[in-house]
Design a binder for this molecule. Sequence first.
Ligand code: GTP
Ligand code: MG
Length: 316
Amino acid sequence: MTIAMEKNVTLEDLPGVGAATAEKLISAGFGDVMGVAVATVGEIVEAAGMTENAARKVIQAAREALEMGFESGEDVYKRRLEIEKISFGVKSLDEMLAGGIETGAITEAFGEFGSGKTQLAHFLAVRTILQDPESYVVYIDTENTFRPERIRQFAEGQNLDPDEVLRKIKVARAYNSDHQMLLAEKVEDLIKKQGLKVKLVIVDSLTSHFRAEFVGRGTLAERQQKLNKHMHTLLKIADSNNIAVFVTNQVMAKPDTFFGDPTQSIGGHIVGHSSTFRIYLRKGKKSSRVAKLIDSPYLPEGEAAFMVETDKIRDL
Ligand code: GTP
Ligand code: MG
């Protein structure tokens, strides 16, 4: 995934880029040096209103500022050794995920309404703090479904101090997709400026605002573009800080209608390709829930059945 290691270079370190130009680049979606490095000359000309020659220089400088290129398999392996797993403490789920959800990656839970996405997110938040009492969780809530009461119940179920756990969860309500994207970008500040040891970032739900705001075919491309950018931000948070990102995504149960294949979540290939792990959730027998791992890079496809209870999530 990582093709470039970023040094501490900002847009304004690039030749001919002052505060005003940096502002223009950012608002056109070129928020960092990486974005500029992979942009075309035309894009930068349009975004920053500079000449082709100047744009070419800026892109060249951005590319040089990044150590773009290849790294050895050994380096990739070393980085993989740093990956941590956040376990559910639920045997079937942990086995399916070979230990739990990974840091440095995005895990997407998708399924129809009531399939347990939000419950898993709450439970994971508590489990993260159980596993590392120093750690913090960021919860970006787009549907107003974050429930501190639920966190308290799960915390008590894990023998944790509920107040302490709630203190460790930084919640932000996102009012629209732009706000959601901005909040994701602000996670870096919590880490760098406030020095919080963030281990898990939850976006619940990833797609609801995008779906509501972009209706009709004309705006579909724009939606995908924004979603792509958002996923890129999340991937970068995960990758450069060794954080686990957990996103939820509602899909229709009926295969025929709007979005086609039920295992095809909204945002389609964009979300699918940027998520390292995808878990499809459905309702099972007797109010159980079934999780299925879909196209993981190296884990076998598997299924796990679980129950949501008042104080915990447990094996069937
Ligand atoms: P959408 O956000 O609508 O797409 O659904 P979701 O996938 O996020 O579903 P959610 O995680 O909210 O799951 C809701 C289900 O969890 C309910 O139908 C209940 O079965 C279960 N649940 C939620 N709270 C409790 C609780 O306090 N006790 C028990 N036993 N079950 C609960
Ligand atoms: Mg939900």
